[in-house]
Design a protein around this ligand. Structure first.
Ligand SMILES: [Zn+2]
Length: 298
């Protein structure tokens, strides 16, 4: 019985695939190119550069943490219509290999492969598992990343990109540099280890309770160490985020009376952020206000 059901399911699946195929072939005859981006910060800059000249589709749906997301079979099938797929890599898209193996004829642009020489990593970071994947969280690195994407898009058909986004990102970098240059404190405590480039490029240090991915449980030792650090340095705040269970931050809060501030890792855009026209730049400006408060900047 089970076998028959599986066979029937497969026939239905094959049939629906072939009808999808027809739809996809039809789509290809249109002038508009189709670009897939793996998650929000990449989507934001590509969309800003291209506007409506192409269809830009984000692989990770809104309000989904990209560390956790994996596209389903149907989504991968639909991606056959892509002219270009742009991804960050470095474990954020755990499905990278699967996608490349399923979509062998499609042009991929992997940001990590093209930006690693610009990251200026320290010696002990040159091992894969030790590299922070959150390149976009430093406005400086995000600018480099955007310039790389411009080169790639111009190589692929685009001659009339709207580069005004670059000026906006340069201004964001100038704001960060001007404000964070002279601060009383030199370190922050975050829950999610995502701000290494940001800290390095703007003269402070991050201590993280979690490792790279926010779904991981922190160890009892790392919570105890964090509490020690807060008490020793008489810290007033810790950073957490909307996407992380408040359990650990609350444990630390109860032990030390620190205030918990939400630093946004800009990995996704919530529905309410979308409704109020928030974007990468406005969220990063809010992050800067929090950093100024934490680091006691003048
Ligand atoms: Zn992350």
């Amino acid at each position: 019985m089970k076998k028959t059901i599986i066979i029937i399911f497969n026939i239905i699946f094959l049939f629906s695939c072939s009808s999808w195929n027809k739809i996809i072939e039809k789509d290809l005859s249109k002038d508009k190119k189709v670009i897939y981006t793996s998650f929000y910060p990449i989507y934001f800059v590509v969309k800003s550069l291209i506007w409506n000249e192409s269809e830009v589709i984000n692989i990770v749906p809104n309000w989904w943490e990209p560390h956790e997301y994996e596209p389903n079979l149907r989504q991968i099938w639909e991606m056959k219509k892509a002219d270009l797929i742009i991804m960050n890599w470095l474990w954020i898209e755990s499905y990278e290999n699967k996608l490349r193996n399923s979509l062998t004829n499609i042009n991929f642009f992997i940001i990590w492969n093209n930006i690693k020489n610009l990251l200026k990593l320290e010696k002990n970071q040159e091992v894969y598992w030790n590299i922070d994947p959150h390149i976009w969280l430093s406005p400086k690195m995000y600018l480099d990343m955007s310039n790389l994407l411009i080169i790639e898009l111009e190589k692929n058909w685009y001659k009339n990109l709207d580069k005004s986004i670059i000026t906006k990102l340069e201004n964001l970098d100038k704001d960060y540099s001007a404000w964070l240059k002279n601060c009383f404190r030199k370190e922050i405590i975050t829950s999610h280890k995502a701000f290494w480039y940001l800290a390095r490029d703007y003269w402070f240090v991050q201590y993280a309770i979690f490792w790279i991915s926010p779904e991981e449980e922190p160890s009892v030792k790392s919570i105890a160490d964090t509490i020690d650090l807060i008490k020793k340095q008489k810290l007033k705040y810790i950073f957490s985020e909307n996407y992380i269970s408040p359990k650990f931050a609350n444990t630390i809060k109860n032990e030390t009376q620190v205030e918990v501030l939400n630093l946004n890792p800009v990995e996704t855009l919530s529905d309410s952020e979308k409704k109020s026209w928030e974007n990468y730049i406005s969220i990063m400006q809010r992050n800067l206000e929090l950093l100024k408060k934490w680091l006691e900047c003048k």
